[in-house]
Design a protein around this ligand. Structure first.
Ligand code: ATP
Ligand code: MG
Ligand code: FE
Length: 349
């Protein structure tokens, strides 16, 4: 079974061909980083135009690398949301057009489902497992019970973790994207020189919050002499990174307790999303997994961040169950994975 996947919900344009033996046969990702960098963040209009400009070429390239023609595909899958709507429309329209022209089924994939099922592509693990999804737009803990069966145990009530990294980097004058810059600076800093809050620590439930920490970091930076010295910036970044890692660990520990109680046969803690690149966070999660008896798994970084292999794989999983969509599917800027979960703050979709 061969599925073409298309991703365009944020700032990566991507296409990939994946088979049901968990092989990625052809894969391309084009990052728009350089186009957005002058603006210090993603500009939706710029993103949509760039997806439109490059999508055809990337699909052709992924097919070429896979060494197949459209007639050999079993389906075409595209991210149907959630995300920046202009980009999602480009991917969905491309996917529908290719499906229609080649007479193949079309699958609209929830981008978060792509992230959620990646560990089954990379490690072949069984359901159920616990997923921490921490990216620029999302911060959630999900129990993954099956294809289309997700229970959200926690989400952010304000900012996503990656967003907080990006904003702190901006405040500290470290540029965009923030996560890698903050991590690099933190490596030279003393995490104990400044003390920052551990948001939500000890609170009931498994929700996250990062806006209080972001504000505390802003006040700390404002209190320091300008221009910020390299050492001050490094110490602020180290303190901030430790606060994020400890806050995420506290929330995840609670989620693990809940997960183990309700799903005693679950064995894995999995991460996805760009923030999973953070070494300090990974280290904390490895320790946490060891303490709680869950094995910690992290897909290779390029499959943690936005990519089309995860969309193609989610397509394989859905196609195997006969869960295809039709060409009337409308792109969805918001699309919660667990519709029964209570509504929370802005990023808590
Ligand atoms: P979405 O939520 O729709 O997936 P996204 O494109 O913003 O959106 P990703 O591409 O998965 O998400 O991840 C990007 C985010 O990850 C950015 O916010 C970036 O700062 C953060 N990030 C990347 N590397 C690191 C790192 N080493 N440490 C911390 N954060 C990081
Ligand atoms: Mg991205
Ligand atoms: Fe993503």
């Amino acid at each position: 079974m061969l599925v073409l996947g298309i991703e365009s919900s944020c700032d990566e344009t991507a296409a990939a061909v994946v088979d049901d033996q968990r092989r990625i046969l052809g894969e391309v990702v084009l990052s728009q980083l350089e186009e957005h960098r002058p603006f210090g963040g993603i500009v939706p209009e710029v993103a949509a135009r760039s997806h439109l400009q490059h999508m055809d070429r990337l699909v052709a390239e992924a097919m070429k690398r896979a060494g197949i023609g459209f007639a050999q595909l079993d389906a075409v899958a595209a991210t149907g949301g959630p995300g920046l709507i202009g980009g999602v429309i480009v991917g969905v329209m491309t996917g529908k057009a290719l499906a229609l022209a080649s007479g193949k089924p079309f699958l609209a994939i929830n981008h978060l489902e792509g992230h959620a099922l990646t560990a089954r592509l990379t490690h072949g693990i069984d359901f159920p497992y616990l997923l921490l999804l921490a990216s620029g737009g999302h911060c959630q803990l999900l129990a993954v019970d099956g294809v289309g069966r997700y229970s959200r145990l926690g989400t952010t009530i304000d900012d996503a973790a990656g967003e907080a990294f990006d904003k702190v980097a901006k405040m500290a004058g470290l540029g965009y994207p923030g996560g890698p810059a903050v991590e690099q600076a933190a490596a030279l800093g003393d995490p104990k020189r400044f003390s920052l809050p551990r948001p939500m620590k000890g609170k009931p439930g498994c929700d996250f919050s990062f806006s209080g920490l972001k504000n505390a970091t802003r006040l700390l930076i404002e209190s320091l002499p300008k221009p910020l010295s390299g050492q001050d910036a490094a110490d602020v970044c180290a303190a901030f990174q430790l606060a994020v890692a400890e806050s995420i660990a506290d929330r995840t520990r609670r989620a693990i307790r809940e997960f183990r109680r309700t799903r005693p046969d679950g064995r894995h803690l999995v991460v996805a999303g760009g923030v999973a690149a953070n070494t300090a966070l990974r280290q904390t999660l490895i320790t946490l997994g060891a303490e709680t008896g869950l094995e910690f798994l992290a897909p290779p970084l390029k499959l943690c961040t936005d990519n089309a292999a995860m969309i193609a794989w989610a397509g394989v999983e859905r196609l195997r169950l006969g869960l295809v969509d039709d060409l009337t599917f409308a792109p969805r800027p918001r699309w919660p994975l667990d519709p029964s979960a209570k509504k929370v703050g802005f990023a808590g979709v």
